[in-house]
Design a binder for this molecule. Structure first.
Ligand code: SAM
Length: 277
């Protein structure tokens, strides 16, 4: 196994990845925006739209870091609930102002209903930054933070409706174990969704992308976070990650059905999806 230009054991790799995210945690969001020119926000929105959660959905976001997917999930479910309530109000035009006022008072319009999202990450620092962000942005209902390893999830079998992992799976040392764990914790009928950097097939674009990744990103890392090496690791880990078709086969090997993927921006990232039957 390679890390930088060295060959390292699985345990050493795990520790180094831990250090990388511990180092970048405070600057993680700023760096994400500058490295992707803000496009990671669009990719994450697309992931949540694809999930199309409804009130009642129980989501596990693994490698959830500073909570980007969880916050989007909450916003999405709230907007679905608001639309449902607006429809209800339209159909019950005889609802008194008192009743409408009570609905607002109970904060039904901002409520998640029975939905919940659990953010699970191996790194304490990333979770700490995420919790601070949640507090600052006013997210608390239906949201919990759990320290845990994707390869050995601290949850019961058949528990969640949806499992997401965004820009996380390439950092996991044993991808096969993480996929088996995803399968275990999903309910039958549950959905697996993975958003990850992938491989660009167009040769010209691929060359340009390589130049940007290897020449620009570590420099940005140094300028913004004072950390060249961590960002060099992030670029190398993207290159070493299995291409779209290979990951699809790995997901199928873990037991998932109807496995498919969608390339975004010519394959710079891909969303893989599968179902537990
Ligand atoms: N999902 C977030 C996002 O999209 O912004 C964070 C992605 S960040 C690039 C990768 C995250 O994976 C880090 O927070 C890191 O701590 C976490 N991670 C790495 N290995 C992990 C593992 N084995 N189990 C759980 N989380 C892990």
């Amino acid at each position: 196994m390679h890390f930088g230009f060295q060959t390292v054991t699985e345990e050493e790799r795990r520790e180094k990845i831990y250090q990388v995210f511990e180092n970048v945690a405070k600057k993680y969001d700023v760096m994400n925006d500058s490295m992707t020119l803000g496009i990671h926000r669009v990719w994450k929105d697309i992931l949540v739209h694809k999930m199309n959660p409804c009130p009642g959905t129980l989501l596990l976001d693994v490698a959830g870091g500073t909570g980007d997917i969880a916050f989007r999930f909450i916003n999405y479910v709230r907007s679905v609930r608001q639309r449902q309530l607006q429809r209800k109000l339209k159909h019950h035009q005889n609802l008194s102002w008192q009743e409408i006022f009570e609905s607002y008072q109970k904060d039904e319009f901002n409520s998640l209903g029975d939905s919940q999202v659990v953010v699970c990450d191996i790194n304490r620092e990333m979770l700490k930054v995420g919790k601070q962000k949640a507090e600052h942005l006013g997210y608390s209902e239906g949201l919990s933070w759990v320290l845990g390893n994707a390869e050995e999830l601290p949850f019961d079998d058949d528990k969640f409706d949806v499992y997401t992992i965004a820009f996380g799976i390439r950092n996991v040392t044993r991808i096969d174990l993480a996929l088996q764990e995803a399968y275990r914790v999903l309910k039958p009928g549950g959905r697996f969704l993975c958003l990850e950097f992938s491989h660009v097939s167009n040769p010209l674009l691929s060359r340009l992308y390589d130049l940007y990744s290897f020449q620009v990103i570590p420099v940005l890392g140094e300028v913004i976070a004072g950390d060249w090496r961590s960002y060099q690791y992030l670029v190398e880990s993207i290159r070493q990650f299995p291409p779209q078709e290979e990951l699809k086969v790995m997901i199928e090997d873990a037991g998932f059905f109807k496995v498919d993927y969608e390339n975004l921006n010519f394959g710079i990232v891909a969303i893989h999806s599968g179902f537990k039957l």
